[in-house]
Write a protein that binds this ligand. Sequence first.
Ligand code: NAP
Length: 281
Amino acid sequence: MRAELEGELRALASRGVTPGLAAVLVGDNPASATYVRMKGKACEETGLHHETVRLAKETTQAELLALVDRLNADPKIHGILVQLPLPKQIDSQKVLRRVAPAKDVDGFHPENVGKVSIGDPTGFRPATPFGVQQLLVRSGIDTTGKHAVIVGRSNIVGRPMAALLLQDGPGGNATVTVCHSRTREIKAVTRLADILIVAMGKPEFVTGDMIKPGAVVIDVGTNRVDDPATKKGYRLVGDVKFDEAKQVAGAITPVPGGVGPMTITMLLFNTVQAARQWAKS
Ligand code: NAP
């Protein structure tokens, strides 16, 4: 998929446009720092302009909003992402709403949430669910008429995932059920899934007996668990108990290496889309 972007980047370059992404990192959350570094590396590898702005964890909301305003006005920048979570003195929703919708490549601004919800293609699809949808489409897994069960209803993954799977088009037309922490008898629900998408943030919650034989399992979870045997002292596991689940599932994504790299790739796609729409406007 990254190779596919090359042609589009050449076309934009011939019009003097290099898509640019600005990542804003506030504080010193190690996982956030890793994600921002990986996004920057992906931009460099693909030929996108990239800037990372690092701010101290004491940064005030007013300072962050002023930075967003500056990036909104910067013609070299077509996409802005503010890495979450933000320190507690900052109201995340206020910051996400300040990002110009045309540069909101994370798709978190209400304008883009609305566009994605009604299937307007000029809206930015949040990178993680967009990546899950592409993973299904490009693996030849037809979602039409299938029962997709999503575990998790966050604004970042679960909700937009439901919106994408409901749309009328490739990677859509599914019958969608969304589970959350108040869902009763969750195992009875997950076992109905032809496609089970798990985004809970609970290490290895989904066990083999929660999966219908042959189902497609997409594990969005990325959890650090202590592991003194490793050099870093931790390892990454998903929300699905992989070794058990792979015995039952027809197809399954690993953690790390499944949804994570797709998310980064879709962020590049969204930044190129932003630059294309900007060049047209
Ligand atoms: P989140 O905002 O914490 O949402 C978790 C969701 O799971 C909530 O809707 C919660 O329900 C639900 N949940 C929690 N415990 C549950 C239970 N026992 N039964 C049923 N539902 C339960 O998390 P998120 O931001 O969506 O992220 C989820 C996971 O995906 C995390 O591990 C995160 O690191 C990972 N992630 C990975 C990527 C990637 O690129 N690979 C991107 C984003 C997130 P309530 O709403 O009722 O509380």
